[in-house]
Design a protein around this ligand. Structure first.
Ligand code: PFF
Length: 454
């Protein structure tokens, strides 16, 4: 068998992991999750979750992947025994479903980006009598959406088919720096807008009362958002760490990756909220439509909105692509390692399957809620919980040994990591999962009503 691929450079791995973490989760999902959760109250809960649970969790995925040098299914089995192949199977399934709708949303961003070339956002809105929501529904479903979903999946498949070094590593080296530069530029511009102050205060001044009163909603929302944005709970970080040959300091890498991801989500908030408030737009009404509707209205009202809009929507497409390749890589690596299929065939085969599963989302937005709710509130939390059980209870010694490679003897710090996982983190995840399932039942009810009305 050919030697397994690996990253060419140290930064290649970091950039790929940052590229995976930073995506629609930061720019499309984070603002509306924050707005749904009441602004700053959500932000506090989310940041606490990232630091206290996201960090131990990313380390757990790293050690599993680096030690096993395999895809998530093979890696979980290597760590925990044969029964873990079912959990690994669920991870692969999560990747398939997540990418299927992720690609459709990315297609919508491509569409909004292209609109910027065809004329000003103000002129586009005029053809819908100024109704940005009507515009969204008109251009985001149906044939055009299918075509853009096809384009986005084709790009993703193309990069993954080229392999780790020639495909993923090369792509993220261009995409990640570009994304950061563009977003910083947009945040500086947003700062200059009249009315930006109200956006900052909505976003940044939490009321303690709002956090304690709403914790049953905030906790699962923060959990889902944290895992989604850090690409945890389905084996992306296991897979990416499996291509590490050298024993690096994984704790340091984890801090770097989380720092970038959180910084970029935060930055996205510094763009979106001032823009909303400057444009007199309520941030908490649109759910998944928020960005499309709100930003289009704002770009229609602001001088230079055409260029800025084009840059904004284009930036999101870059972020989405560097995340999508990580999702496809999980499933592709499974097909390569476990089924012995050639890389390009594996990437194309699973890519086409994923493409088909995404098609319903191009038809009606209800499918987006059904898919995204299931992934976010239920499956990613479940996946992260399984990783924690594995590292905390099934094979803690192997995990600590692996973590210490590249760092040195961690002594009680390593014990603290294991114990934090064993009890408090697992309890929080079980509670989040329960609350998430309860919430998801509402989505399913709405779906069954939709079905009976159609
Ligand atoms: N982290 C990506 C984002 O924030 O858009 C999405 C994602 C990628 C989630 C990979 C999960 C994953 F495994």
């Amino acid at each position: 068998m050919a030697q397994r691929e690996s990253w060419a450079t140290r930064t290649g791995f970091i950039l790929a992991a940052v590229g995976s973490a930073v995506g629609l989760g930061n720019i499309w999902r984070f603002p509306f999750a924050t707005a749904d959760g009441g602004g700053a109250a959500f932000l506090v809960m989310y940041l606490a979750f990232i630091a206290l649970i996201g960090f131990p969790a990313i380390l757990a995925e790293f050690v599993i992947g680096r030690k096993a040098e395999r895809n998530p299914v093979g890696a979980l089995v290597a760590y925990g025994g044969n029964a873990w192949k079912y959990v690994g199977g669920i991870f692969v399934l999560i990747g398939v479903v997540l990418l299927s709708y992720y690609s459709v949303i990315a297609g919508w961003f491509i569409r909004y980006f292209l609109e910027g070339f065809r004329g000003s956002y103000a002129s586009h809105l005029t053809s819908y009598n100024g109704d940005a929501q009507a515009m969204f529904f008109d251009i985001s479903f149906g044939m055009e959406s299918v075509i853009l979903h096809t384009v986005f999946m084709a790009l993703t498949i193309g990069i993954v088919a080229l392999g780790i070094r020639q495909g993923i590593e090369l792509a993220v080296k261009v995409m990640v720096p570009a994304l950061i530069v563009l977003l910083v530029g947009l945040a500086v511009w947003a700062f200059t807008l009249e009315g930006a102050g109200a956006g900052y205060s909505y976003y940044l001044s939490p009321e303690v009362g709002a956090i304690t009163a709403n914790w049953t909603e905030l906790l699962p929302a923060a959990a889902g958002q944290a895992f989604f944005t850090l690409s945890l709970g389905m084996g992306v970080m296991i897979t990416y760490a499996s291509y590490l040959r050298e024993d690096r300091n994984l704790a340091k890498d984890g801090v770097t990756i989380i720092g970038f991801d959180t910084g970029i989500a935060f930055l996205a908030g510094l763009v979106v909220f001032p823009v909303f408030f400057a444009g007199d737009i309520q941030p908490d009404e649109g759910g998944p439509l928020t960005i499309f509707v709100g930003m289009t209205e704002a770009f229609a009202n602001i001088t230079g909105g055409q260029i800025l809009g084009l840059v904004f929507f284009g930036t999101v497409v870059i972020g989405a692509l560097s995340s999508a390749i990580s999702l496809l890589e999980v499933v592709t690596s499974y097909a390569i390692d476990e089924k012995g299929i050639e890389r390009w065939k594996a990437a194309t085969g699973v890519g086409v399957l994923i493409y088909l599963i995404g098609l319903p989302v191009t038809y009606d937005i209800i499918f987006l809620e059904v898919y995204d709710g299931f992934i976010d509130a239920v499956l990613l939390v479940f996946g992260a919980l399984m990783v924690m059980v594995l590292v905390g209870w099934v094979a803690p010694k192997a995990a600590v040994d692996e973590l210490e490679k590249g760092i040195g003897d961690l002594g009680t710090t390593a014990q603290a990591w294991v114990w934090a996982i064993r009890v408090p983190i697992i309890i929080v995840l079980v509670v989040s999962l329960y609350l998430g399932i309860v919430e998801y039942l509402d989505v399913l009810e709405a779906f069954s009503e939709w079905l009976s009305g159609n």
